[in-house]
Design a protein. Structure first.
Length: 400
């Protein structure tokens, strides 16, 4: 299958449009990183605690934010998760602490802040562990068990929490939900020591700031090493200018991708860095295909100018580029639309990066070679601006 058969598009003739397009998006991303949103970092790099909460009703973000303020979590970020109607909220608390004990504090603070009408002396069943439930049942012993009481009550507690977390999505609406899940006597006993709130914490992520700083350095050096390795490979495989062109192209792709995260205020996590490193290799692969065709045509089209050779080479590889990039783009687009919240940042980086990487292989990398040759030719001309000698005198006579 082949698209654009025998195409003859003048890509280099449209280079100023390409430059304008790249400048607009690059400058917008840089301005966002410097003056607006900065570079939004996920918990992996900045440290802190993220608490995922599911409600039985549609929560009011302002009410949740006010509850956080009451317990001293003034810088908490409230973000809706999942589809409309899922009633899930992420409470993101940045921390400047180093001990794991301190990282666990925000979870309990958030639970305390949201439990506005908690009955005195009772624990919240939606936010209780298997151990807490089984220990309470052992003490009450509603089934009047003898030797195997610890195991039986532990099994009941596990059945209750599994039903709560796996079937009900982490939150029970009432004790009636447990009908058929546990023995009625055990459920009746749980009502003596527990109550059912309107929310449940189903996931907690905590990272210390020292770990976050270390991950930042590792991500930076991983990206830098990949660019350096690419420069060396292309300098050996082709010429050094090819390596420089490829590195500039990949830097252009990375800048626009990170700028897109800043403009949309999406946090950059470890999975996003993995996506960016993947895109460096993907963009480089497309660029090498174009460069290899340029090198072949330089031997076959010796009488043609470099601009014509580059245009011909891009057109000859255009069908292959569209087919490869199109198939990959459809795959990552499906991942972005249906992959869920966990893969959202990763797939978003791939969607933006594949579009920009394919574009830059055609519109940025190859024209750099032509610009370099034009620059060298301009320096080798006998008459240039500011030059003295016969060449300049002849130009002066021509102007007269």
């Amino acid at each position: 299958m082949e698209f654009f058969k025998n195409s003859n598009i003048d890509f280099l003739g449209k280079k100023w449009y390409f430059i304008a397009f790249s400048l607009v998006f690059s400058v917008a991303g840089v301005c966002s990183m410097l003056f607006w949103h900065g570079i939004p970092l996920d918990i992996d790099f900045r440290g802190g605690t993220q608490v995922y909460v599911k409600f039985t009703h549609n929560p009011d973000d302002n009410v949740v934010r006010q509850a956080m303020d009451r317990v001293g979590l003034h810088n908490a970020r409230i973000q809706r998760l999942g589809a409309v109607g899922s009633n899930e909220v992420l409470v993101d608390v940045p921390l400047e602490v180093t001990s794991q004990e301190a990282l666990d504090v925000p979870k309990q603070k958030i639970i305390d802040a949201l439990q506005t009408n908690a009955p005195a002396g009772k624990a919240d069943l939606n936010n209780s562990s298997v151990l807490a439930i089984s220990t309470f049942l052992e003490q009450k012993d509603p089934l009047h068990l003898a030797t195997d009481a610890p195991k039986r009550y532990s099994d009941i507690a596990k059945a209750v929490t599994d039903f709560r977390d796996k079937t009900k999505g982490g939150v029970l609406a009432s004790f009636a939900d447990l009908n058929g899940v546990a023995d009625p006597a055990a459920v009746a006993s749980l009502q003596d020591g527990f109550f059912v709130s309107d929310f449940g914490v189903y996931r907690v992520d905590s990272v210390g700031p020292q770990v976050g700083k270390e991950l930042q350095h590792q991500a930076f050096w991983a990206t830098l090493y990949s660019l350096a390795g690419m420069l060396v490979y292309l300098a050996v495989r082709f010429e050094w200018i090819y390596g420089v062109a490829a590195v500039i192209t990949v830097f252009h792709d990375t800048l626009i991708t990170v700028g897109a995260f800043s403009l949309t205020n999406k946090p950059i996590s470890l999975t996003v860095i993995a996506a960016i490193l993947t895109l460096i290799g993907y963009s480089n692969n497309d660029t090498i295909v174009v460069f290899d065709r340029i090198r072949e045509n330089l031997k076959l089209m010796r009488r043609e100018s470099l601009s014509e050779i580059v245009n011909r080479s891009i057109n000859q590889t255009l069908s292959r580029t569209i087919l490869t990039a199109g198939l990959t783009f459809l795959t990552v687009l499906a991942l972005y639309l249906f992959g869920g919240e966990v893969l959202h940042g990763f797939s978003f980086a791939l969607v933006i990066g594949i579009l920009i990487g394919t574009y830059s292989s055609i519109a940025i990398a190859a024209p750099i070679l032509v610009a370099y040759q034009d620059w060298r030719l301009s320096r080798s001309k006998p008459a240039v601006i500011g030059q003295t000698g016969p060449g300049r005198r002849e130009k002066a006579k021509a102007r007269v």
